[in-house]
Design a protein around this ligand. Structure first.
Ligand code: MSP
Length: 534
């Protein structure tokens, strides 16, 4: 069976989840659900990056021990993801003892191999980004992200990233799809034209205590990115493949059974990983991470997909530091969870930046869901009740119009179109196609006017309604991964019991005379509250 392993970045716990992190997580969830539905064995990881300076500072600001702070934030993240119906298999936390041990094993392995060495670092350091910068990288004396930098001179440990530059170029040359979209691949290859610097992977404890101690020097903890990136592999039991695992460590890993690890399956799930990340962390995922893996003797992940940013009113990245983040809880209480999921998948092209505001969200949701989908369902079920006593009308043997032939052909092609777009990691196009089909169905109903036909030819009117109900069934099935609850409600109103992808590829699956239920508006139109609290 084909396998698909999708990951989100693990989020820093210096802030509660905001719409940016919800965006990545919802899209990953939707890709995961689609793949599973298509018959893939699919694994979905999200989680938290709990070490490092930002988190240490956030805990200190709240007067809490870092671990206590992380535990509280983890509960908060879990709660929000649950509200958004995120169906992850692994909710990873980097403070788990087994992950820490595995990171230390990797560090030791690279140190023993000579891929980690000691040297003096002299240069610029940005606390907010937790990143070192060369003089050349600074922009007007600030880090490339526009934050303050300070000059430091200190002994540190470095990962010999430069030794893997050519291997990485060869990998990207041979694996065209390893970085997506294509323009991001060019960006990475462009970056690799310059000599790659070795990576400072240690922080002296005098500056940072909240991290994983270096196994070969207890005065240091490891750089948070070295710890965090490894989560994708330790979560699926990288540790069982590491040569340095002692029998005692193996036994303690066995004892330490926790749902955040998938036991003994590293070979199954690697390298089929697809890392969905924001474009801001493309380089850590497309340069540092594959070099680390290659040093450990492991092939890079199959895909790193960099999506764009949700932009604020000033067309800048929405972020906590700008103080203008939208909270997913606010939007979902306004428009409903499924409508929010729909918006985040369909209205934002995966790979591009997109402005976001409450107005934009409301307008899309009202147009696509209240008008196009919801109205169609209300109208057709009402007509079935008026003329057919709420029972599925019998379709006729031959089509009533050429418009119907076209609509049916379109609807029958839709499952393959959706599948193709999902496999290409284009969920916005997949969902866009479903809505386009419904947009064709509304004028079809209008043109065929079954309420007029019913006066002269009741079976023909029934046939038109049956056609519309079939399109709604196919659309409802295809929308399940995006809007699990609303699709279930829609399909229940049509008495649909076979929820499989195979059923979506067939026509005529609602048995004649089955009950078609009327109900309240599936997506009531949403008005902006008096005060815009976005
Ligand atoms: N902890 C690191 C990632 C380590 S992965 C091994 C990190 N965390 S983060 O909390 O800052 O989250 C960054 C991710 O959140 C982005 O890459 C992106 O997925 C998401 N987003 C945060 N703000 C965003 C927007 N305004 N728009 C879209 N996504 C954004 O970096």
């Amino acid at each position: 069976m084909d396998r698909f392993y999708i990951t989100t970045p693990i989020y820093y716990v210096n802030d509660k989840p905001h719409l940016g992190s919800a965006y990545t997580t919802v899209n990953a969830d939707v890709l995961h659900r689609y793949h599973r539905w298509f018959g893939f064995e699919s694994l979905f990881l999200t989680g938290l990056d709990e070490h490092g300076q930002k988190v240490q500072k956030a805990a200190l600001d709240r007067g809490l021990e870092p671990q206590q702070h992380c535990d509280q934030m983890a509960e908060h993240f879990k709660q929000v993801w649950q509200q958004l119906n995120i169906d992850c298999d692994i909710f990873f936390r980097t403070t788990h003892p087994e992950h820490k041990q595995a990171v230390q094993q990797c560090l030791q392995q690279l140190y023993d191999k000579g891929d980690i060495f000691e040297s003096t670092y002299e240069g610029w350091y940005c606390v907010a980004d937790e990143t070192f910068h060369t003089e050349k990288e600074l922009v007007n004396g600030l880090s490339p992200s526009g934050r303050k930098v300070e000059k430091i001179v200190e002994k540190n440990y470095f990962f010999k990233m430069s030794a893997y530059q050519q291997k990485l170029i060869d990998f990207y040359t041979a694996n065209f799809e390893a970085v997506q979209p294509a323009h991001r691949r060019n960006e990475v290859l462009g970056f690799l034209k310059q000599p790659l610097q070795d990576l400072c992977i240690s922080r002296p404890k005098s500056r940072l205590q909240w991290g994983i101690e270096l196994p070969f020097d207890s005065d240091y903890v490891t750089y948070v990115w070295f710890d965090a990136l490894l989560n994708y592999a330790t979560a699926i039991d990288l540790q069982s493949t590491l040569p340095s695992q002692t029998p005692k460590q193996k036994a303690s890993a066995e004892d330490n059974k926790n749902s955040q690890f998938v036991r003994g399956r590293f070979q199954d799930w690697w390298p089929v990983a697809h890392h969905l990340v924001g474009k801001d962390i493309l380089m850590t995922h497309a340069i540092y991470w594959p070099c680390m893996l290659m040093a450990l003797g492991i092939p890079p992940a199959r895909v790193v997909f960099a999506h764009g940013w949700l932009l604020n009113k000033q067309n800048e990245k929405m972020s906590k530091s700008k103080g203008d983040v939208m909270r997913p809880e606010f939007l979902s209480s306004l428009i409903g969870v499924d409508a929010l999921r729909y918006y985040l998948v369909k209205a934002v092209v995966l790979g591009s930046d997109s402005p976001i505001s409450t107005d934009l969200v409301l307008s899309t949701v009202n147009t696509d869901l209240a008008n196009t989908l919801g109205n169609l369902l209300s109208r057709v079920t009402k007509l079935v009740h008026k003329y057919f006593d709420g029972q599925m009308p019998a379709p006729q043997k031959s089509p009533v119009s050429s418009e119907e032939v076209q609509l049916q052909a379109h609807a029958l092609q839709l499952p393959s179109v959706v599948r193709e777009n999902i496999l290409k990691l284009k969920p916005h196009l997949a969902v866009g196609e479903i809505i386009k089909t419904l947009e064709l169905t509304n004028p079809f109903l209008e043109n065929q006017a079954p309420w007029k036909l019913a006066k002269t030819d009741l079976p023909a009117a029934g046939h038109v309604l049956a056609t519309v109900l079939e399109v709604l069934r196919i659309a409802g099935l295809l929308l399940q991964p995006v809007m699990p609850q609303k699709s279930a409600e829609l399909l229940c109103r049509l008495s649909v019991t076979d929820l499989s992808f195979e059923a979506a590829r067939k026509w005529g699956q609602i048995p004649t005379s089955s009950q078609i239920l009327q109900g309240p508006a599936l997506f009531p139109r949403v008005q902006l509250p008096d005060t815009d609290v976005s």
